[in-house]
Ligand binder design. Structure first.
Ligand SMILES: [Zn+2]
Length: 254
């Protein structure tokens, strides 16, 4: 790797499913024009109403992304928290007030195992390589973490960075992420992300975590387009998450 190309950003498109594709489409076209590599976080059945692996056209689209050099990763199974009701104040906060999307936050060992294995086998049936699992809302129960360390996956992530599997060695990489649901949140996200970007772009690597709702609002969509342009101007190149992690490991071993 040359010095000029040693700074990287990793873009992840969260919540990929047939139901969210129309939100992303124009943005992805813009990223393609800029030759940006992306990691697509695929949800097998988004909110129990968008079965990704039963949609041949959408599967063909994802397949074409692999051919392009993008990465497909597993992102939950249903992406909604449909477990038994919260049992404590902390659980209530995390699973009802903070987010309703923390599918793997409350799961016990057998449910986590069943959903992860089903997700892995859906990828296998397509013949797609699978290295990464990202929990919805980056939230995982202890049982989920335990299950992950017994499955043939190479990494998982949370807001703080990567974890190599099976032993969860932490590789800190900061991430930019919006909360674009409400107008006041977008205003705050703009400020937080602008400051964070300035700080993180002094480093060697950062992650961009995008959500379908970001695409529905001009402020957030514009921000991401401009951020990519700024990073590219500063000499950052894009990589998939797994591509970057593998490159790091190779550098460490050589
Ligand atoms: Zn998600």
């Amino acid at each position: 790797m040359t010095a000029a190309s040693s700074r990287h950003f990793m873009m992840a498109l969260h919540d990929i499913s047939p139901a969210t594709w129309e939100d992303y489409r124009p943005f992805v076209e813009e990223m393609d024009a800029r030759d940006v590599r992306m990691t697509w976080l695929v949800v097998p059945d988004f909110h129990h109403r968008s079965p990704t692996f039963e949609d041949p056209k959408f599967l063909a689209l994802l397949e074409s992304r692999l051919a392009r050099g993008d990465e497909l990763a597993l992102h939950g199974f249903y992406h909604c928290d449909d477990g038994p009701a919260p049992r404590s104040a902390r659980e209530y906060f995390m699973r009802r007030l903070y987010t309703y999307e923390g599918e793997f936050y409350g799961l016990d060992h057998s449910s986590a195992k069943a959903r992860l294995e089903e997700g892995i086998s859906l990828f296998e049936r397509q013949g797609w390589p699978l290295h990464g699992f990202v929990a919805p809302a980056w939230l995982m129960s202890q049982a989920t973490r335990h299950t992950l360390s017994h499955l043939p996956l190479r990494y998982t992530t949370d807001t703080k960075g990567f974890y190599h599997l099976p032993h969860f060695e932490h590789v800190p990489v900061p991430t930019l992420c919006w909360s674009a649901r409400a107008k006041w949140r977008r205003g705050m996200s703009y400020v937080v992300n602008t400051l964070s970007e300035r700080r993180y772009s002094k480093g060697q690597a950062l992650r961009l975590g995008l959500h379908p709702v970001d695409m529905r609002h001009d402020m957030s969509r514009r921000y991401w387009l401009d951020a990519v342009e700024r990073l590219q101007q500063q000499g950052f190149t894009s990589m998939t998450k797994y591509g970057w992690l593998s490159a790091q490991q190779q550098t460490a071993q050589s």
